[in-house]
Design a protein around this ligand. Structure first.
Ligand SMILES: CC(C)(COP(=O)(O)OP(=O)(O)OC[C@H]1O[C@@H](n2cnc3c(N)ncnc32)[C@H](O)[C@@H]1OP(=O)(O)O)[C@@H](O)C(=O)NCCC(=O)NCCS
Length: 169
């Protein structure tokens, strides 16, 4: 499937896409198709459209059908703080959402490979992600681009079970 992908770099905010992203998230939640997704509040969604995030929008015509983020870190967040890695030169494969009508067509695989390529291009040394162990589609994608599980723990205010995934670049 040929995808129309727009990438917005980490120094440029993408808040003009706020309403489109809220609409995508609402339609996914309404169909109960994201049980393992970190609960995305409007404030969280605005944050991931901001700086220090490389933003990947996938379009079908004018419609956004997937969104993904590579989050650049200056230091490790608290929930990764127990790991013995420096935070600088690190990034996270962070938010990922594919519209249910477009799943199973390799879209996440493509936008995740693009995130790894972007991290390599700008000199990231350590790449992290977290995923629910039952989220097979997400877990498989992370494994395909070389991330491995290095820890499993309950984390965040919401007390979510997560595998911590890691790859040195
Ligand atoms: C997880 C998600 C992003 C996957 O997107 P996608 O575009 O359908 O994924 P892909 O088509 O690239 O598939 C990736 C791999 O998972 C497999 N897969 C896809 N859906 C699957 C399913 N329901 N069950 C098992 N495996 C599945 C694919 O076969 C593929 O593996 P392969 O390359 O070995 O064949 C999508 O389901 C989604 O948006 N889910 C809700 C939000 C979410 O959970 N985000 C991640 C939070 S960590």
């Amino acid at each position: 499937m040929a995808l129309d992908i727009k990438v917005i770099d980490k120094n440029t905010c993408a808040l003009s896409y706020r309403d489109a992203l809220l609409a995508l998230t609402a339609s996914v939640e309404a169909s109960n198709a994201a049980p393992d997704l970190f609960p995305p509040t409007p404030t969280f969604l605005e944050g991931i459209l901001g700086k220090e995030m490389t933003k990947f929008f996938v379009f079908d015509g004018d419609r956004i059908i997937a969104y993904a983020v590579l989050k650049h870190l200056r230091e490790l967040p608290n929930y990764l703080g127990h790991l013995d890695y420096p935070g600088e030169h690190s990034a996270m494969i962070y938010f990922t959402l594919v519209h249910p009508d477009y799943r199973g067509r390799g879209i996440n695989s493509q936008i995740t490979a693009l995130r790894v390529a972007e991290a390599q291009k700008i000199g990231v040394k350590y790449l992290f992600s977290t995923v629910h162990p039952n989220n097979i589609a997400s877990l498989k994608t992370l494994q395909k681009v070389g991330l491995k599980a290095i820890d499993k723990r309950i984390m965040f205010e919401e007390q979510l079970l997560r595998l911590i995934m890691f790859r040195a670049l």
